[in-house]
Design a binder for this molecule. Structure first.
Ligand code: GDP
Ligand code: GDP
Length: 435
């Protein structure tokens, strides 16, 4: 459990500049997953050994007019519901505006941890101007310049201080499953089928945060934990149809899981929002099973219908195509159990370790057959590879000039890994290191 930080504030105060500064600093330390488009609004930050997710809620407000007041209130409500710490960003150039006062009031009334961030304090004179923000009644503030970076280190220290303690989850070794997808795809229906059949052996257990209730249940002799079942039962007060809100709701659920079951509505096909949730799953390197639900509503099905649908999914999720896809109906209960079985298999694959000797027996000939292209006349020699002792499968290959190995070659190696080892539904990371 890492923690979620939401950035709120009026347009143009510098939220996305701050977001970029925080997420870019991390990019230098940890390689992003190759092929996952960088999300403008969701990123991971690492600071002093703590990792957290950061969400720029403002990025979703489209740019103009007086819809702002409502929209920003909604952002703040959502941030209060879904995050651990809120960064409330104001702009020293503008001073306090009416909207700032409104946001401050919402924050004062909530019990949420927040930090008041006065941005665009590019020089000392401006830090004197910043004192007016005391009158927001939020106490201490942090002066920063998102553009030149000053003050951002102290701000990060404070954010990490305010993150909740990392509490070990009960039954840490059981597979934690998350059912995610946009509204109306059939998440609740599916979860209810699985839990109702288990009525006697279902236990609700408090999760790592106040509102995330998870449920422990058994099926074919295996115990599972279904993450965030409360989220599927609770009625929310913001408009679920707005893409961003349901994507944001998925963040914590995904982070708390081992394997995600991404539900897609067969009658709608793959939509932009499905791709956003898919990207969140990839960025968090969780196991994945795609469940195409409402298959009962598709008429005149033949064998091609399934293949065409699979191809559409592959096109939208490329380059990640090595994923189990199951066609289901939560109404007839067709193949719902198959989904659970597949999730179990993905969970096991994700925790399997591959012996160094096996990796090299398979991969060294593959590398020899197609070595990395020479760079500026320098030959790149890969000596050996091994799995690293991390949570999700990560492999390192040791070589003389790792910096010259480009993405297409990394992808070639990943594809060969997938051809030779059982990794369907499992994200992997491959690093090249100096030896
Ligand atoms: P958002 O709408 O709140 O996400 O704001 P943006 O991050 O898009 O920034 C709005 C404008 O303010 C851009 O032109 C930024 O370059 C500028 N800006 C952001 N941070 C700073 C800062 O620390 N100092 C100064 N002088 N300008 C900034
Ligand atoms: P959620 O918002 O993702 O939790 O979706 P729900 O489980 O509430 O389902 C939304 C609607 O779709 C409800 O009216 C369900 O009865 C219906 N629905 C869910 N799964 C299926 C399915 O497989 N086939 C059909 N025909 N309807 C379904």
């Amino acid at each position: 459990m890492s923690g979620i930080v939401a950035v709120v504030g009026r347009p143009n105060v510098g939220k996305s500049t701050l977001f970029n500064r925080f997420t870019e600093s991390r990019k230098a330390i940890v390689n992003d997953v190759a092929g996952v488009t960088r999300d403008r609004n969701y990123g991971k930050v690492e600071w002093n050994g703590r990792e957290f997710s950061i969400i720029d809620t403002g990025g979703y407000v489209d740019g103009s007019d007086d819809i702002f007041e409502d929209e920003i209130r909604r952002q703040v409500h959502l941030a209060i519901e879904e995050s651990d710490v809120i960064l409330f960003v104001v702009n020293v150039e503008d001073g306090i505006t009416e909207l700032d006062n409104g946001v401050a009031e919402l924050l004062r009334k909530s019990n949420k941890e927040f930090v008041l961030v006065v941005n665009k304090v590019d020089n000392n004179k401006r830090s004197l101007d910043a004192t007016e923000f005391y009158s927001l009644g939020l106490g201490e503030y942090y002066c920063i310049s998102s553009i030149n970076g000053s003050g951002t280190g102290d701000l990060l220290d404070e954010v990490v201080n305010k993150l909740p303690e990392e509490i070990p989850v009960e039954d840490e070794d059981l597979p934690k499953l998350a059912f995610v997808g946009r509204p109306n795809v059939g998440k609740s229906s599916t979860v209810n089928i699985l839990l109702d059949e288990n009525r006697n052996i279902v236990t609700d257990m408090a999760g790592t945060t106040r509102d995330s209730i998870s449920t422990r249940f058994s099926k074919f002799g295996h115990d599972f934990i279904m993450v965030d079942t409360a989220g599927l039962r609770k009625k929310r007060n913001v408009n679920e149809d707005v893409e961003f809100y349901s994507t944001l709701r998925s963040v914590r659920t995904i982070e708390n899981s081992d394997v995600c079951i991404l539900i897609i509505d067969a009658t709608r096909g793959v939509e932009a929002q499905d791709v956003s949730i898919f990207n969140l799953i990839q960025r968090n390197r969780k196991g994945l099973v795609v469940m195409v639900n409402k298959w009962d509503l598709i008429e005149n099905k033949d064998t091609n219908t399934i293949n065409e649908f699979k191809e559409r999914i592959h096109r939208r999720f490329a380059p990640f195509v090595d994923i189990p896809i199951i066609f289901t109906s939560a109404v007839t209960k067709q193949r719902i159990i198959k989904v659970l079985e597949e999730a179990m298999i993905v969970y096991e694959r994700r925790t399997t370790r591959i012996a160094t000797s096996k990796i090299n027996d398979v991969m060294l000939p593959v590398i020899e057959a197609y070595p990395p292209p020479a760079y500026k006349g320098k030959y790149i020699k890969i000596k050996y590879g091994m799995q690293l002792p991390t949570h999700a499968p990560t492999f390192a290959f040791y070589c003389n000039l790792p910096q010259y190995i480009k993405d297409p070659y990394k992808r070639y190696i990943e594809n060969k890994f997938r051809e030779n080892f059982e990794l369907t539904g499992v994200p992997i990371q491959i690093f090249f290191r100096k030896k």
